[in-house]
Design a protein around this ligand. Structure first.
Ligand code: ADP
Length: 614
C-alpha cells in the first residue's frame, strides 16, 4: 500500500520539485554557469508560461501556445512530456480479427511487454512450421512408397505418373499453407521498450495518414497471396502520442477534416485506424479503437488563432490553458543573468562553438535590448538571438580562439543581415537617390518588414501654396491620410497633398507586414513644417507618431533605430518623450517632444539658421 501511495501521490510531486540552482553572478565565462538537465528549467523569460505548463502537466490539461516564432513554444511542449510519469506508458498491439478479417483487434500491454508477447507468437509459429515440415515429409514418403509399391507389384507405369502429379500438387499446396502461421503474428503499433520518458510527438505539417494512422497499400491483394489486414495497419502520430504529448505547430495548416478527427481522438481518447485514401483496398479495413489518450499542445502565431477550428479551440478553452509566449522581458539584473544562462545553453547544445566571455555576453545582451520593441526591455525571440550566438561562435572558431570574445560578437552582428535587410540595402540606394539636404525632405527611422531601424526618406514637393506632393514609401493608409490632412490644415500648413508611390510594392505585402508597418505621420508633418518655414533639415531624422490632437506618441524599437541613425551619420533626432532613454550614442542630440507645437519650435530654433535659398 505504501508503495502504491508513493507511486500515485508522492513521486509526481517529487518529480516536479524545482531544481534549485544558485546563480553565479561573478562568472568570467559561460562555462562556469550551471545547466539544468530539465527542459522546463531551460526556458528563459516565459515565467508565467512555465508555471501554467507545470500545472498542465500535472493535471493532464491541453495547452494552446500562441506567440512569435522562436520564443520557446516547442520547448514548453517538450517540457510537458518530461514532466509526465513514465510509469503509465503502454504498448499497443494489433492482431488478426479472426473471422472478422477487416476488423483487426487492438490490445494494450504494459510498456516493454509487447515485444515478448509477439515473440511468443513467433516461437509458436516457428514450432508449428517445423511440425508442418515434418508432417509434409511423411506425406511425401508415404506417397512415394505407395507409388513404387504399385509400380513394382503391378508393373504399371501410370502409377509413376499419378504419383509425381500428386507430389507436385502437394508441394504447391504446402507452399501456400506454410505462410499461414507467420501471417497470424500480431504487429506492434506503439513500442515503449526503451522509453525513458513520456512520448513527445511533433505532428507539425503531417498529412492525414501520418497523423491519424493508415492502412498500407497491399499490392498483391488480387493475387490471392495477400498479407493479413492487421499487418498492413500503421499507427499515426495521435496513437504514438498516447500517454504523452501531441505537439502541433501551425495548427491552422491542418485540413478541417483532420482537425475534426483530431478532436474526436482527443475527446474519446481512442480512434480506430482505417485506410485514408478513398477507394483503396485499405479503406475496407477498420481496426478496433486504438488508444489516443494524449495531452494536446497546439502552437501558432497570433494570426493563426482565427484559423483554428472553433470546436478545437473551445475544447482547449474549456479543458485546458491558452498561453501567450511573450516577446520581451524586463531589463533586470536577474533577466540579464538568465540571458547569460541562455548563451551557455546554446553553446552546449551546439557543441561546435566555444564558450563566451562575460564581455561577449554583454554584447549579446545589448543586441537583445536592441531587438526589443520597447525601451528598458530585452527580447525573448531566442531563436534569432541563438543565430547571433552561433555566428559569433563560428567566427571565433575560424580565428582559432579558445573563447568567444566581444570582438567576435560585434563582427557577427554586422554579418547577420536578414534577406529583407540585404534586399532593402540594395533597392534603397536607387529608390531614394535625391540628396537628403533638400527642402521638405525628412529622414524617418522605421521598422519595416522585420528590418529594424531602417532610415527612409520622406519628401514633399510644393505644387502650389496649398498643395504638396508626397514622396514616401506607399504604405500610408487612408486613415493616416485623413488624419494628416486634418492636422496639416489645423496647423495652417498644407490643405492637400498627392502621394507618389515610390516605396515597396503594396502587392508584395502580407497581412503581417501591414500590421507591422510604421505610421509616417510625424515625418510628413515635419517635412511640411520644413517647407512652410523654408528650413532645411540637415543630418537630421525623426521618429514617432502623431495623433489627431497633435500629441506625439512613442515608437517601437527605438534603441535600435537610434543606433542605425548614428551609423548613418545623423546628428539630431526628434523623438517622442514616451521613448526617453539615457543611453544615447555619442555625438547625437535627441529632442524629446510631446506636442506638434514643440516640434515646430525645435525646428525653427535648432535648424532655423540653415535656410534654403530658393
Ligand atoms: P518556437 O516553437 O516558439 O518557434 P522553439 O521552442 O522551437 O521556438 O525554439 C527554438 C530554439 O530557440 C530552441 O531550441 C532554443 O534553443 C531557443 N529558445 C527559444 N525560446 C527559448 C526560451 N524561452 N528559453 C531558452 N531558449 C529558447
Amino acid at each position: 500500500k505504501v508503495k502504491m501511495i508513493m507511486e500515485k501521490y508522492i513521486s509526481p510531486l517529487m518529480e516536479q520539485e524545482d531544481e534549485l540552482i544558485e546563480p553565479i553572478l561573478d562568472y568570467q565565462t559561460t562555462e562556469e554557469l550551471p545547466l539544468s538537465s530539465k527542459m522546463i528549467d531551460q526556458v528563459v523569460g516565459q515565467d508565467q508560461a512555465v508555471e501554467i505548463i507545470k500545472i498542465a502537466a500535472r493535471q493532464k490539461r491541453s495547452v494552446l501556445l500562441i506567440g512569435e516564432p522562436g520564443t520557446g513554444k516547442s520547448m514548453l511542449g517538450q517540457a510537458i512530456s518530461e514532466l509526465l510519469p513514465v510509469s503509465k506508458l503502454e504498448d499497443v498491439i494489433v492482431e488478426s480479427g479472426g473471422s472478422e478479417r477487416n476488423v483487426p483487434k487492438i490490445k494494450t500491454q504494459p510498456a516493454g511487454k509487447a515485444a515478448p508477447y509477439i515473440r511468443k507468437f513467433e516461437n509458436e509459429a516457428k514450432s508449428s512450421l517445423v511440425a508442418f515440415r515434418w508432417m509434409m515429409g511423411f506425406v511425401y514418403l508415404a506417397v512415394l512408397f505407395v507409388m513404387f509399391f504399385y509400380y513394382f507389384t503391378k508393373d504399371e507405369p501410370l502409377f509413376l505418373l499419378v504419383g509425381f502429379i500428386v507430389i507436385g500438387l502437394l508441394y504447391f499446396a504446402s507452399k501456400k499453407l506454410k505462410t499461414n502461421p507467420a501471417v497470424q503474428i500480431p504487429k506492434i503499433l506503439v513500442d515503449h521498450t526503451n522509453s525513458k520518458r513520456a512520448p513527445f510527438i511533433d505532428a507539425t505539417g503531417l498529412h492525414a495518414g501520418a497523423l491519424l494512422g493508415d492502412i498500407r497499400h497491399d499490392p498483391y491483394q488480387s493475387g490471392g497471396l495477400e498479407a493479413m489486414p492487421h499487418q498492413l495497419v500503421e499507427s499515426g502520430a495521435i496513437h504514438q502520442a498516447h500517454q504523452g504529448v501531441l505537439y502541433i505547430d501551425e495548427v491552422s495548416t491542418l485540413s478541417t477534416e483532420s482537425q475534426q478527427f483530431l478532436l474526436t481522438a482527443f475527446q474519446e481518447k481512442k480512434l480506430p485506424i482505417t485506410g485514408r485514401s478513398l477507394g483503396s483496398s485499405g479503406s475496407m479495413i477498420r481496426t478496433e479503437a486504438v488508444p489516443t489518450d494524449f495531452i494536446m499542445v497546439l502552437a501558432g502565431n497570433v494570426p493563426d488563432v482565427d484559423k483554428i477550428h472553433p470546436a478545437l479551440r473551445s475544447r482547449i478553452q474549456g479543458y485546458g490553458y491558452e498561453i501567450y509566449t511573450k516577446t520581451t522581458m524586463e531589463d533586470t539584473p536577474d533577466n540579464r543573468y538568465k540571458l547569460a544562462q541562455f548563451v551557455s545553453q546554446e553553446v552546449r547544445k551546439d557543441r561546435k562553438i566555444p564558450h563566451f566571455t562575460r564581455e561577449a555576453v554583454h554584447v549579446v545582451i545589448g543586441r537583445a535590448k536592441e531587438m526589443s520593441p520597447h525601451s528598458k526591455q530585452l527580447t525573448t525571440r531566442f531563436r534569432e538571438l541563438g543565430g547571433l550566438i552561433r555566428t559569433a561562435g563560428d567566427i571565433a572558431v575560424q580565428s582559432n580562439a579558445q573563447l568567444v570574445s566581444k570582438k567576435h560578437v560585434e563582427k557577427a552582428m554586422l554579418k547577420i543581415k536578414t534577406l529583407e535587410e540585404q534586399m532593402w540595402m540594395e533597392v534603397d540606394k536607387s529608390r531614394f537617390s535625391t540628396p537628403y539636404s533638400q527642402l521638405g525632405m525628412v529622414q524617418t527611422l522605421l521598422h519595416y518588414k522585420g528590418i529594424i531601424g531602417q532610415v527612409s526618406k520622406i519628401s514633399l514637393v510644393v505644387q502650389s501654396s496649398e498643395e504638396v506632393e508626397l514622396q514616401a514609401p506607399d504604405w500610408l493608409t487612408i486613415g493616416e491620410q485623413t488624419k494628416l490632412e486634418a492636422l496639416l490644415y489645423q496647423k495652417g500648413l498644407f490643405g492637400k497633398y498627392y502621394i507618389q508611390k515610390n516605396g515597396m510594392n503594396q502587392n508584395d505585402e502580407s497581412e503581417d507586414d501591414k500590421s507591422s508597418r510604421e505610421d509616417l505621420s510625424l515625418g510628413i508633418l515635419v517635412a511640411s513644417i520644413s517647407i512652410k518655414k523654408n528650413i532645411m533639415l540637415v543630418d537630421f531624422a525623426v521618429c514617432g507618431h502623431v495623433d489627431i490632437m497633435g500629441t506625439i506618441t512613442g515608437t517601437s524599437y527605438f534603441e535600435s533605430k537610434v543606433k542605425t541613425a548614428a551609423r548613418q551619420g545623423i546628428k539630431k533626432i526628434i523623438a517622442p518623450l514616451d521613448n526617453a532613454i539615457d543611453d544615447i550614442p555619442k555625438g547625437m542630440e535627441v529632442f524629446w517632444v510631446k506636442t506638434v507645437d514643440e516640434v515646430e519650435e525645435i525646428i525653427v530654433h535648432q535648424f532655423g539658421k540653415i535656410e534654403a535659398h530658393l
